[in-house]
Design a protein around this ligand. Sequence first.
Ligand SMILES: Cc1ncc(COP(=O)(O)O)c(C=O)c1O
Length: 461
Amino acid sequence: MNELLLTDDERDRAGGRLVALLDGYERGLPKADVLPALDRTRLAELLATPMPERGIGVDALFDRWEDTILPNSTTVAHPRFLAYVLGPPNGIAPYAEAVAAALNQNCNFSQLSPAASVVERAVLEWLASVVGFPATSKGILTGGGSLATLQALATALHDRVPDFHATGLQRDAAPLVVYTSVEAHRSVDKAAAILGIGLDNVRHVRTDERHRMDVHALRAAIERDRRDGLRPWCVVATCGTVSTGSVDPLDAIADLCAAEDLWLHVDGAYGALFLLSEDMRSLMGGCARADSITLDPHKLLFVSLEAGCVLVRDGAKLRDAHAFDSSYLTVADDELMTDYMDYGPQLSRNFKAFKVWSALQAFGVEAFRAANERTLELAQRLGRGIEATPGLTLLAPVTLTAVCFAVDGASPAEVLETLAAENVALLGPVVVAGKRGIRACITNHRTSTADIDLILERLRR
Ligand SMILES: Cc1ncc(COP(=O)(O)O)c(C=O)c1O
């Protein structure tokens, strides 16, 4: 008897309890509180109670999940969870996660994960085709958009700084400069700081009246830095800014990067997968011209956390930046297989691609396109409702699914608190052009027109 395995009987019990738990969770969602009142005493007990010397067993564990963990978890799957760019997982996610855990493939090199290696490649090649990247591109699934951007900028450093691996940035040379907009996600600053670029060398270029990077200001900043003897190096444009969902003028920025010989990274964590819809090509088709791009399947593909992605147009550059020989890891070349340890900083990696691939297989691409188009329409509906309501002010044009607004005579915090307390919706705070407001981000495949109308109706009152 192995103390770390379940007996046949326990496996039966665990299976039955799991099915009941998932079913109960799903059926309970319509009545669930989007932001449950926390039982702080129970949570504090988690800290005060020592880990048991003897295990509590399957049934008691499920009881603990159900009485302590579930009721004290935010209901991300609620149809009116509209805070942040975060949606509920698709329906196959819990099953795919369970099977991936059972297989426990180490997605570092193909001997330890042969099917996984091919599945990840299939997912990445499909994502590249959605963006419009060439067949020479390569990528890797990451722990999220922030890590994808970090890896992209590491690749850009390796590509543009001679001997980067040998000498790093510890040399006597003019500072490299990265350009992004004032609306960029803070993961860009974080990546620049972590990689040693220094926040002083991040230019936050001003935006136009639609919150898009101002290309004239970008050009002027590059010229100024060149005049000052600095080294313009990289531009990070955004396809779907986190606050307002604006999309930078990607083609104009790509033209400028080509003329100035700068690496162009597009942060498409929020918006780029809207390219599933051909209609979006006029707005964001310029993603295809980037040197690298961040995508976030855990946003618009509603994959359970975590699943981000970086793609690099010239895949060899991603590999060159991340591949290190090690005598204890010997793998023979195989055309079918990819050793993902050569494409990112991690050695041991879980099988993220499985849940992405499984969802695409189970529901089909069309289902994701339809879900995303529905969220775009719902955002327009909310935007129109706000514009039509005296006392409510739309703070920014509705480009994607973020709807930013203010309520006359009420502080955003007050409104957010009331909406959450009455279980109307969980929305988030936003600052648009210095003005504090509220943001509904409809990255939620469960949201319906009735949900949007309910929110509007409460706001009107
Ligand atoms: C534009 C943008 N970039 C990057 C990120 C960070 O992505 P992640 O949370 O997956 O690290 C987000 C998250 O909302 C985002 O909206």
